[in-house]
Structure formats: C-alpha cells, structure tokens
Design a protein. Structure first.
Length: 70
C-alpha cells in the first residue's frame, strides 16, 4: 500500500461532496481525505497499487485541479 499526496483546489465541504463519488468509485483506493485547513488543500490517498493516474483523472473529471506533491 502506498500513500500519495496531491495539491488540489478542493476547498470546501461542497467541493468534497462533488468529488466523493468520483474517488469512491476507484477500486485501488483504500482511504482518502482532504486537509481543507492546509493552504494547498492536500488530498491524501492510500492506494492498493501504483495507479496514480486513476486518482488524477477522477479528480479532474469532477472538475478540480490536482498535482502530485513529490
């Protein structure tokens, strides 16, 4: 299992509600959370595999910006 962090523009509870169905439909995610208090709105994802592209695509499909923090 791998934990990956992303900088996003998911900045409120309404945004969280919008993105939730997109992230919850991914089979390779165990858990995820967004730190709304962090200025970078960090999305932290625990992945079963190394398919980070699926996470990026899901967030973009929901209408939000996302960039992996290295």
């Amino acid at each position: 299992m791998e934990t990956v962090k992303y900088k996003t523009n998911i900045n409120c509870n309404g945004c969280l509600k919008s993105v939730t169905p997109f992230l919850n439909e991914l089979d390779n995610i165990d858990t995820w959370k967004v730190d709304l208090d962090n200025e970078d709105k960090v999305l932290e994802v625990c992945l079963d595999d190394d398919n980070k592209t699926a996470v990026v695509n899901a967030v973009k499909k929901a209408g939000y910006e996302i960039e992996e923090i290295l």
